[in-house]
Design a protein around this ligand. Sequence first.
Ligand SMILES: [Zn+2]
Length: 88
Amino acid sequence: MAFQERFYCDVCGKEKGESGDWWLAWVDCYKAHDDAPEQPLLKLTRWERVLSHSAEVKHLCGAACAGTLMDRWMSAQHENQDESCATV
Ligand SMILES: [Zn+2]
């Protein structure tokens, strides 16, 4: 039975087609050194089918939307500089 998966860009809402320059992004934790608290880290990678099903992952239709997502995330981080992974 054929099942057509549908993905939409989490920034602009565009539907993913067969082609296109699609990316995946998610927030992970980073600990710079032993005494540092874990802090949020934004990760970006090219489209990967299995990872695209992950609940936390953001789907991005290209560099422009990846840039927008990063911009929003950076603004939120700037507003809340003490944010640790535990509070995300
Ligand atoms: Zn988009």
